[in-house]
Design a protein around this ligand. Structure first.
Ligand code: GLU
Length: 279
């Protein structure tokens, strides 16, 4: 499933033909043992500060740091990584179709997702929270949501939670969390709901200084896993070994400090987690 980098001439030809987007993840199983130059395609978020954020040709955040560490352990340098945006609702499909090899994208391990993909990890534990305007004191936690308008993302566990357990909430769903922010600032919606990690990252952006705040305590447990092709226990085991090493050698803690620290985010109970057995 890890594809060889196509040669320079091949790459140029593919670009000329507009086929560059098809150059990875063909599921051929090739690419092992080549003379260097193997690539790995990793799915992340592109719009979540502190977790997975694209800035020009730079990729930043905790998910990016864990992905780079794991890739290195699997034999891939940073330059061998092709980053692919993986919005919440597309993650299972991206894995199933081989468009990505691994996903590190605030991706909660759930039983329903496990019907289509496998997970290594968890490598982090977050919890669902609420982001509101700084001057709004009417939302103070999950028990104050009746009649409120909330924004979340299609295909995410927080959106599902609201639909399942909060019938009094009007839910607006977008494709990414950053699309919810203008609606929150303008008053079109009352709160954004998703993982506290993501919300803290948004709230800490300079452009929102003093305008937003997190309300109440986290009210779910989100175990972040590394999505991979269903049943690939060998790869899952290698990823788990890498995660365990990252936690034990201090790189996990440093990554947390460097990426989530600026948003004053402190990992909650259970962190750092112990990866589950692969099955
Ligand atoms: N961790 C949750 C999920 O996997 C919410 C964050 C996200 O949508 O990426 O659905």
């Amino acid at each position: 499933m890890f594809t060889r980098r196509i040669g320079a001439i091949g790459a140029a030809a593919a670009l000329a033909l507009g086929l560059a987007a098809c150059g990875s993840g063909n599921g051929s199983g090739g690419g092992e043992g080549g003379s260097g130059g193997d690539k790995i395609t990793i799915g992340i978020k592109f719009d979540q500060p502190g977790l997975g954020l694209r800035e020009g040709s730079d990729y930043k955040g905790f998910d990016v740091e864990v992905a780079k560490y794991v890739a290195k352990e699997l034999g891939y340098d940073e330059g061998d990584i092709e980053w692919k945006e993986s919005p919440s609702a597309q993650r299972e499909t991206l894995i199933e179709t081989g468009q990505v090899d691994l996903i590190f994208a605030t991706y909660s391990i759930t039983d329903s997702r496990k019907e289509r993909v496998s997970f290594a990890g968890p490598y982090f534990i977050a919890g669902q929270g609420l982001l509101v305007r700084a001057d709004d004191d009417s939302i103070t936690g999950k028990d104050t949501l009746d009649g409120k308008k909330l924004c979340s993302v299609t295909g995410s566990t927080p959106a599902q939670k609201i639909k399942d357990e909060y019938p009094g909430v009007q839910l607006q769903e977008f494709g990414t969390y950053s699309e919810c922010l203008p609606a929150l600032l303008s008053g079109g919606i009352d709160a954004i709901t998703t993982d506290d990690t993501i919300l803290a990252g948004f709230a800490a952006q300079d452009q929102y200084a003093g305008k937003l705040k997190l309300a109440g305590e986290p009210f779910t447990t989100e175990n972040y896993g590394v999505g991979l092709k269903k049943g690939d226990t060998e790869l899952c085991g290698k990823v788990n070994d890498a995660i365990t090493k990252m936690i034990n050698d201090g790189a996990w803690e440093k990554a947390v400090q460097d990426t989530l620290g600026p948003a004053d985010y402190t990992p909650g109970p259970g962190n750092p987690p112990t990866p589950d057995a692969c099955s």
